[in-house]
Design a protein around this ligand. Structure first.
Ligand code: NDP
Length: 481
């Protein structure tokens, strides 16, 4: 008999926690419990990747019907019905949550629908008042969106709220230039919302390849997103009747004698936003896509000796072990690479390390990922800017109008780019901006992860006619860097 109630207690029922719990129980024979205070499936399934991707699909049909007319189809777009879509979306999320619960049950994991906090290195206390001991505790509590430190910021929404809107706004201001800001700018624009986006930096999608960022920004503007870089929100308040008589929405701040916050502001309705570009504009909704923060508050972590780093991220070693040997942490709460498949990998590596006695560090190198803008950005490895700081590289790049949209007289371009080491000929980075770039980069990622050289790419015969054939037909570098 073990001296503990459980071999493993997992806190958090998102992708990482559920996978670790299931595998520890069903494959390693451990006695496992999992506590989740909200819905099973976590950010990815309930308020992130999955509903977002379904919204990406929903938003693409307007363009498709328009394009179809150029291909001879007599087809008309009768408009988008948010309530019809949203009902189906929530049914699907309910179904998926049920699948997650079933998977846990079927694997023999005991679940508690409760919030958990740590009492000591081996004891978990639930909001129900119950207390359990466990040989190992795995914290997989994820993260949450944060609003900027701005008066009235709670008047705006965050990404979690989008999926629960009762109606789609006519106009929206999106603050931020990261994944979430750019993805929702494209999605909402595709659904017919007038989208304005303010990003404080010089170019959106900081950290991605510069050329790819430039093309995404250009495509977003072509699509109708009113994107302002070098611009941020200064103040926000509820719009009051008559406000627009003071000189129009684009009037300079000085002309508006603008006073915020207003005491008599209404509780609902449009929002009036003052920005660093000196304008005041009115939007039906403001979305703050200004980053995320690990869910590590009020869990008793520091009291038991777990150390937290910048922004509250749990500090772990390469085996996801915290400073307290019995406590491990995986996924967004550790703020390493905040992607679902990475959290799942970290969960699997944790089980391998702890329950199979096979210490397995997580490989965070060369992780392919995609930004689901329209067109998408798929990327793996170093950007041109990162690579040229490390070693001399050849840059192979081509940008063109793909056959399908060129035929329909649409302006959008795609981009295929390889960064190649001059010394080893290895492909150090691959960046694709194109419809379905997420699908393409998954496959290119295998080659790059295997250490493929440019010669290996060249030896591969093109699949014709496709967009991605260009990735194996670029013969001469455009430049060295
Ligand atoms: P990001 O950190 O990617 O972007 C946050 C954005 O908000 C940045 O543009 C940042 O500007 C800006 N910002 C931060 N603080 C302020 C402020 N006070 N005022 C104005 N702007 C501000 O966060 P996201 O929320 O977009 O995404 C979080 C993470 O979730 C991603 O890093 C990714 O790991 C994951 N994710 C992955 C997706 C995918 O794989 N497709 C999709 C969605 C999310 P600056 O650049 O100047 O710092």
């Amino acid at each position: 008999m073990s001296e503990f109630d459980y071999d493993l207690f997992v806190i958090g029922g998102g992708s990482g926690g559920v996978r670790a719990a299931r595998v520890a129980s069903s494959e390693a024979g451990a006695k496992v419990a999992l506590a989740e205070e909200d819905r099973y499936g976590g950010t990815c399934v309930i308020r992130g990747c999955v509903p977002k991707k379904l919204m990406v699909f929903a938003s693409s049909y307007d363009g498709i019907t328009e394009e179809a007319t150029h291909y001879g189809w007599d087809i008309k777009n009768g408009g988008f019905d948010w309530s019809a879509f949203s009902g189906r979306l929530h049914n699907e999320l309910d179904r998926l949550e049920g699948v997650y619960r079933k998977l846990l049950d079927g694997s023999g994991v005991t679940t508690y629908d409760a919030r958990a906090r740590l009492k000591d290195a081996h004891t978990v206390e639930l909001s129900t008042g119950e207390t359990f001991t466990a040989k190992h505790v795995l914290v997989a509590t994820g993260g949450r969106p944060v609003r900027p430190d701005l008066p009235n910021a709670d008047l705006g929404i965050v990404s979690d709220d989008i999926f629960n809107l009762e109606t789609l706004p006519k106009s929206i201001l999106i603050i931020g230039g990261g994944y979430i800001a750019c993805e929702f700018a494209c999605i909402l624009s595709g659904l017919g919302v007038e989208v304005t986006q303010y990003y404080r930096g010089a170019q959106i999608l900081r950290g991605f390849d510069d050329e790819a960022r430039g093309l995404i920004a250009e495509s977003m503007r072509e699509q109708g997103v009113d994107l302002h870089t070098g611009t941020n929100i200064v103040e926000v308040e509820r719009y009051r009747e008559g406000d627009d008589e003071e000189g129009g929405m684009d009037a300079p701040v000085e002309a508006m004698q603008y006073a915020m916050p207003a005491k008599d502001a209404p509780q609902e309705g449009p929002l009036k936003v003052k920005s660093t570009n000196g304008h005041i504009k009115v939007f039906d909704q403001v979305l703050f896509a200004t980053g995320r923060r690990p869910n590590s508050d009020d869990m008793g972590l520091e009291d038991v000796g777990v150390t937290l780093g910048r922004g509250g991220a749990i500090e772990v070693d390469e085996y996801s072990q915290t400073k307290v040997p019995s406590i491990y942490a995986i996924g967004d709460v550790t703020d390493r690479v905040n992607l679902t498949p990475v959290a799942i990998r970290e969960g699997m590596a944790f089980v391998e390390t702890v329950f199979h006695g096979n210490p397995t560090p997580v490989d965070h190198d060369l992780i392919p990922s995609a930004v689901f803008t329209q067109p998408e950005l798929g990327t793996v490895g170093m950007t041109e800017e990162q690579a040229r700081d490390k070693e001399p590289v050849d840059v192979y790049c081509t940008s063109f109008r793909p056959m399908q949209s060129a035929f329909a007289d649409k302006p959008g371009r795609v981009l295929m780019k390889l960064i190649v080491s001059q010394e080893s000929d290895k492909v150090l980075g691959c960046h694709i901006v194109a419809p379905q770039a997420g699908e393409m980069i998954q496959l290119a990622g295998i080659a790059v992860k295997m250490g493929a050289t440019k010669e290996d790419f060249d030896r591969t015969v093109a699949v014709h006619p496709t967009m991605s054939e260009e990735i194996v037909t670029m013969r001469k570098p455009n430049r060295t860097a």
